[in-house]
Write a protein that binds this ligand. Sequence first.
Ligand SMILES: [Zn+2]
Length: 283
Amino acid sequence: MNRRDFLKILAMGVIRWGITPDAVAKNMEIMSRTPSQNLDDHIRDYLNKMENFNEYHAEDVQIDNAIYKVFTSTVKRLRRLQQYAGHGNFQILSFEDGLNIARKYSRIGEFSKAEIRFMEMIFYAEAERYGFLGQKPLNKITDRIKTKEAMKVPHTGNYLYRGLPLETYEKIKQLVGDEVVLTSGIRGIMKQFLLFLNKADKNHGNLSLASRSLAPPGYSFHGNGDFDVGQAGFGAANFTKRFTHTDVYKKLSELGYLKLRYPQKNLLGVRFEPWHIKVRDNI
Ligand SMILES: [Zn+2]
C-alpha cells in the first residue's frame, strides 16, 4: 500500500469512525518517518494492539532498568500520599501541594530528588514515544485545578467543574435517572500520575501498555472537564466493554450523549472508552 492509499483509508476513517483530522496528521507524520515499513502491517498491528490493549506488544516502551527502583519507590510514595490525603482530596491535589504534604508527614516521606526528576521526566516526555497520540491539555507539571471552579458531587467522591461539565452531568442524571453514576470526574496531575504509574507498575514498567488505557499525566481530559459515567451497581465492569450492554449505555446512546473522546478504532493509541463523556466538542 502506498502513502496515497493510506491517506484515503485515514480520510475514510474520519468520516466513518469519527477520527479527528489531528490524529490523521500525527499518524501521517509517523508514517513518513518510517517509509520502509509496510503500511498494511502497520494498520493491522495497530488495530490488533488496540483490541488487545492489556497485552504486551513487541514495540512497547518499558521503564529502563537503571531507573526501575526510583520508579517503584515513586509509585509507593504516591499510594501513601493518596491514602493520607483521602481519595476525594487526592483527585484534585496539585503536584506542589502533594510534595509539601509528603515532606510534612513521615508516614509518606519526602519525595527524593531522583523521584521528582523521574516524575518530571515522565511528565515532559513526548507520550508519542509510547504510542499515545492524544492532545496534552495540561502543559505544566505545576498546573492546578482551581478549587473554586470545582464542586464535589455528593455520594460519588468525585469533583466536576461548575458550568458545562456539571450541567451536562445533571442533565444526564435527569434524563437517565438514578441508575447512572459518576465514576470519575476531575483528575489533577497527582491523581493521573498515580493511575498511569500504577498501571505501568502492574505490568513490569510497560509505559505503552499503560498509555493504551490511561492517559499519561498532563494528557488526560479529566483535568479539563471530561468525566466517566457508569451503571449503578456494575462496579469495575463499568470500565470494560461490558458497559455497552447496560441500560445506561443504551439510554445515553439514544439521547446522543455519547460524543466519545476515544471511539472504537480511534487513531490516538487509546482503547475504546464508551464510558468517557467528552464535554466540549471543540477540544
Ligand atoms: Zn475517562
